[in-house]
Design a protein around this ligand. Structure first.
Ligand code: ADP
Ligand code: SF4
Ligand code: MG
Length: 426
């Protein structure tokens, strides 16, 4: 295991699915790097390929359906793309671990919490018996689970959703992974516990100096919790930048539109949120040219004919330097985007003004001056706080009560679902 260089390198990664509708290009040429101790946010609407990207990195996709269409994934400099389950089992948990959206599908419903935590400790460190139990209690305590000794002998259904997610975080952390991937870890949770889980992940990432990928559909979630953000649209990264740069100097119209859809505390309660018109494209038949063009307020004729490449922002010198060193500029550049008429540039402003004057974009989307003014006012409000959560300070006691309401002593539910893919990742 090397300690220099990035923990994760993803190079031009594509994962496609063979379906009756045709080939779905779920991930289509994504490049990323992530260093130890850093957090990367991956953001985009539902269906943009975030989960397939996360699972491609983990080598955790259904073999029959997924076509590894190209690219490389390196963990600590070691190529892992295409490794089989036997090889990956040695890496899951120790090198890379994942927290999934729904803790109920990642925990095994018929196995006690204690056993689920100690499995990895046994497999990777040969810890057994009392020693393993003591470590499990310590892990549960570190993720803020009340009465950890008691929890070891309980089943997942006896815990509240928030507590179950704490347990999955404990399991993911149990073998000290160098990279943690959290895929929408709070989406299935009540709003009152969302922030607690995000705080927990952030604390653990800092304490352990891990690399972390936080996947979310909500730009507000990653605003204050990441070092860098990659915005995904239709299977591709359309913009990537250090977090503060992305919020202050975003270039891609999709990033701008995502930012406009974040609720803000300072808005009067009746303020309508900006919604992005339309839906992401069918990845079996993405539009020619720029994939965002049908929904983009800046779209020009060129956008319908040509696919914009991922290039470093406003920095041709840096771009040339990187190319000269043999580095892939799309990987090495700190702020990159795919857009011919970027936000905040003369070309972008002229494109938008042209479309407003026409009353429509080149792709035929109607556009009013009023909509533009609204969005600009939104952007003037500055960087967003994470989505307001009214009772975010509610403690784990609230969580605890919910569990006590639901749980009883005794075994698992009779209709317990079968063990899922996620449960293999220990
Ligand atoms: N097993 C699969 N077979 C076919 N298509 C899939 C499969 N898994 C995901 N997809 C498709 O890949 C695209 C990206 O999905 P996903 O990564 O889950 O999006 P996100 O996580 O951003 O919401 C979607 O169009 C989805 O329908
Ligand atoms: S301006 Fe053109 S290239 Fe840029 S995002 Fe819009 S449609 Fe795509
Ligand atoms: Mg997803």
């Amino acid at each position: 295991m090397s300690t220099d260089g990035p923990v994760l390198e993803v190079r031009d990664l594509s994962t496609w699915f063979d379906t009756p509708r045709g080939t779905v290009r779920a991930v289509d040429g994504v490049s990323l790097t992530l260093d130890r101790g850093r957090t990367l946010g991956i953001v985009g609407e539902s269906g943009c390929g975030k989960t397939v990207l996360a699972r491609s990195i983990m080598n955790l996709l259904p073999k029959r359906a997924a076509l590894p269409a190209g690219g490389e994934v390196l963990l600590d400099g070691r190529l892992i793309r295409g490794l089989g389950i036997k090889e990956m089992r040695k890496l899951w948990g120790v090198e890379v671990a994942m927290v999934f959206q729904d803790p109920m599908t990642s925990l095994n419903p018929v196995v006690k919490i204690g056993q689920q935590i100690t499995e990895g400790l046994h497999e990777h460190f040969d810890l057994k018996g009392r020693e393993a139990r003591a470590m499990a209690v310590e892990l549960l305590r570190s993720v803020g689970l009340p009465a950890p000794e008691r929890r070891l002998d309980e089943y997942p259904h006896q815990l509240s959703g928030g507590m179950r997610q704490r347990v999955t975080v404990a399991i993911a952390l149990s073998c000290g992974p160098r990279l943690l991937i959290a895929d929408e870890p709070t989406t299935a949770l009540d709003v009152t516990v969302q922030r607690q889980i995000l705080d927990l992940l952030e604390d653990q990432q800092r304490q352990r100096h891990m690399a972390m990928i936080l996947v979310t559909h909500d730009l507000g979630v990653v605003a204050n919790r990441t070092d860098e953000i990659a915005v995904m649209y239709a299977g591709q990264v359309v913009e990537r930048a250090p977090t503060t740069t992305l919020f202050r100097h975003m270039r891609h119209p999709y990033t701008e539109a995502l930012l406009g859809s974040i609720p803000r505390l300072e808005y009067p309660s009746h303020t309508p949120l900006q919604t992005i018109p339309g839906r992401p494209p069918d990845l079996a038949a993405p539009p020619a040219g720029c994939r965002f063009a049908p929904r983009c307020r800046y779209a020009q004729d060129r956008c319908l004919a040509e696919e914009p490449p991922l290039l470093p922002v406003d920095d041709p010198v840096e771009f040339a330097r990187l190319r000269g060193t043999g580095a892939d500029p799309a990987v090495a550049g700190s702020h990159v985007h795919r857009c011919f008429f970027p936000v905040g540039t003369d070309a972008g402003e002229e494109a938008l003004a042209r479309n407003v004057a026409e009353g429509r974009t080149a792709a035929g989307m109607p556009l009013t001056a009023e909509g533009v003014v609204d969005l600009l006012a939104t952007l003037d409000a500055g960087v967003a706080e994470p989505v307001p959560t009214a009772d975010t300070d509610a403690t784990t006691e609230a969580d605890d009560d919910a569990a006590d309401d639901r749980g009883g002593a005794g075994g698992p539910a009779d209709d317990a679902p079968p063990v899922s893919d996620e449960q293999a990742v220990r």
